[in-house]
Ligand binder design. Structure first.
Ligand SMILES: [Mn+2]
Length: 429
């Protein structure tokens, strides 16, 4: 099976639940899609007169909070699974934690799980230093796990398309309780509660708004609250390039968190060092990069599964070069346990008019089941191309080299089609 993919969810069975009123919670495709593009559009002028956290669809956070409260009440005393993307980032981790703390008040236990690994040194530090309760649940382990104790599942900072655990949860017949995310709508989902706002820069902002409206009253004398607020601040900062890409709502959320978070703790999380192997990948990306029309493109060859996060870090670095507005870094990630290989890539852009989601979908298209190989949010995106039958057999170095060269050339070809404005269906100038 593919290591991971950005699946479309059109084939999802509807999770109609006799107890839930599906009609009031179905995601409104129209409005969600309509809010996707002008991600830097100024907030509407009257937002100052609205209650805290007025979102861009015009409905207030207050009504969302009320809807969530009702859903949580309906599920009191249950146990739910919170699925994160396979390689969760600080935004996902902190938001899931806040959700868990909110749910706890309804005697609703949430287990936060991810199938991959915390490969970024800052994420490992975040989890260790704050005691963040996320657990790794590899697919093999999950397959033998009895999921019948769970009465539903929740998606935070993702819509299931980046989690290998989704198919298992669906097989187990668990209903989708809540989806809280800021990525573009990935497909049709029918959760009991949905709050998907592509115009908000971080899911942590959405969860902070929930806290701010009193869904959970933060208390700075409670250690866990301080740590969760610190994690949310980190999540919010990391999804907004240290607040540089933050919008009014994100700043308001950060302002609220500033009353509770622990500055020293955040500093400790941020000061963790890169491993030598990550440095080596960044070095490779520097050496191999090709700069063309302000795009920097670099293939870094083979990487170990645990070093996967070196790819986005290399892209973060390459995009800082003068005259570069967009960097794409990719490599072949080798999972020794499962003998699987997958091409993983990251895109970073500072160009406001470049939509990474649109760009990557256009560059790499879909597989034969209609699933896109890539997607993204404002400023960042990623792609994953399973290598299937070509996986493994790298003992013969000439073969491994040849395989890399083919993939490298193919990816460059696909990207260059868009990088060159003459033939480009997407404006890249
Ligand atoms: Mn996020």
């Amino acid at each position: 099976m593919p290591l991971n993919s950005f699946k479309q969810l059109n084939s999802l069975p509807s999770t109609s639940n006799s107890e839930s009123s599906v009609e009031e919670v179905e995601i409104d495709m129209g409005s969600a899609v309509a809010t996707q593009e002008p991600s830097l559009a100024p907030l509407s002028g009257d937002s100052g007169t609205q209650p805290v956290g007025r979102n861009n669809n015009g409905s207030s956070t207050t009504s969302k909070v009320e809807a969530l409260r009702q859903v949580l009440e309906r599920h009191q005393h249950e146990r739910h699974l919170v699925l994160l993307q396979d390689f969760p980032d600080p935004d996902a981790l902190s938001s899931a934690w806040a959700y868990q703390l909110i749910a706890q008040q309804y005697d609703l236990q949430c287990d936060i799980v991810y199938a991959g690994t915390l490969s970024h040194q800052e994420n490992i530090a975040l989890v260790k230093l704050t005691g963040l309760p996320a657990q790794r649940l590899p697919v093999q382990t999950a397959k033998s796990k009895d999921l019948s104790g769970y009465k539903g599942y929740v998606l935070v900072d993702n819509q299931g398309t980046t989690s290998q655990l989704l198919s298992l949860v669906l097989e187990a017949g668990l209903p989708l309780i809540s989806v809280i995310d800021h990525h573009s709508l990935q497909g049709e989902l029918k959760p009991e509660f949905a709050d998907i706002r592509p115009n908000v820069r971080a899911t942590a902002t959405i969860l902070t708004q929930y806290l701010q409206t009193g869904l959970l009253v933060l208390d700075s004398s409670v250690g866990q609250h301080v740590k969760c607020a610190t994690a949310l601040m980190h999540g919010l900062r990391s999804d907004t390039s240290s607040l540089m890409q933050a919008q009014e709502e994100d700043f308001q959320a950060a302002g609220f968190l500033s009353r509770f978070y622990d500055y020293q703790l955040l500093k400790a999380v941020l000061q963790t060092n890169r491993s030598k192997r990550v440095m080596d990948v960044i070095e490779r990306s520097l050496k191999n990069r090709i700069v063309q029309n302000n795009f920097s493109i670099a293939g870094v060859g083979y990487l170990r599964y645990d070093d996967r996060d070196a790819i986005p870090q290399a892209a973060d670095f390459l995009v800082t070069e003068e005259n570069v507005h967009t960097a794409v870094v990719y490599g072949i990630v080798h999972d020794e346990d499962e003998e699987l290989e997958v091409v993983i890539g990251s895109l970073r852009t500072t160009k406001l008019t470049l939509d990474p989601d649109e760009f990557l979908k256009e560059a790499f298209g879909q597989d034969n089941q209609g699933r896109f190989f890539g997607g993204g949010r404002s400023g960042a995106g990623g792609f994953e191309i399973p290598m299937g039958f070509l996986s493994g057999s790298n003992e013969i170095s000439a073969y491994a080299k040849m395989k890399w060269e083919v993939f490298d050339a193919q990816i460059k070809q696909k990207l260059q089609r868009l990088v060159n404005p003459q033939d480009s269906p997407i404006q890249t100038e």
